[in-house]
Design a protein around this ligand. Structure first.
Ligand SMILES: Cc1cc2nc3c(=O)[nH]c(=O)nc-3n(C[C@H](O)[C@H](O)[C@H](O)COP(=O)(O)O)c2cc1C
Length: 154
């Protein structure tokens, strides 16, 4: 059975941060591919995302680079961590979220930080996606296909 009714017009919000442009490129590809599939897509920087932006969305994608010390301490970039810590409403009322990340070596538990923040506020965390910064197209494609599948008929 499809997770989201087939006929629902899905409003997608992509919240992201990007320091050197890799995650932003994935965001741009996602926006383009999802709009081609007739989804309504809004893109916001994590630093300027407010509760109202979240309120209007049916599905929220949170994108971040992996920041750490190569072998340990992997986490989302500051702007995304700040949004997770202080920018989310206390109750997300089962709103659906997906996390994604670009990295150079490995992502470790970076997206668990996103997942835990969403679940602890009563959000529904659907899935995590990550890939090397050299595989941006593959990452965008994988996420797009997952979203399309959410509304696919059984
Ligand atoms: C401060 C800093 C720390 C990083 N730490 C890691 C790391 O621990 N593991 C890893 O795989 N990549 C690490 N990277 C690489 C980034 O995750 C990767 O280049 C990412 O695609 C950057 O995304 P952006 O261009 O959107 O900022 C680090 C990059 C920076 C700038």
């Amino acid at each position: 059975m499809s997770v989201i009714p087939e006929d629902q017009n899905l409003e997608i919000l992509i919240v992201f941060t990007s320091e050197s442009g890799n995650t932003k490129k994935v965001v741009n590809m996602l926006q383009k591919e999802l709009e081609l599939k007739k989804y309504s897509v809004t893109v916001k920087n994590a630093l300027t995302t407010t509760e109202e932006h979240l309120h209007d969305a049916d599905l929220v994608l949170i994108g971040t680079p992996v920041h750490g010390y190569i072998l340990f301490g992997q986490k989302p970039a500051d702007a995304v961590r700040k949004m997770l810590d202080t920018g989310l409403p206390k109750d997300l009322h089962q709103k659906r979220f997906i996390g994604f990340a670009t990295y150079l070596f490995f992502p470790a538990a970076t997206l668990n930080r996103v997942k835990n923040a969403i679940i602890s506020r009563n959000g529904k965390y659907l899935s995590s996606f990550s890939n090397r910064r050299s595989k941006k197209e593959a990452l965008a494609k994988e996420i797009t296909e997952y979203i399309i599948h959410l509304q696919a008929p059984s």
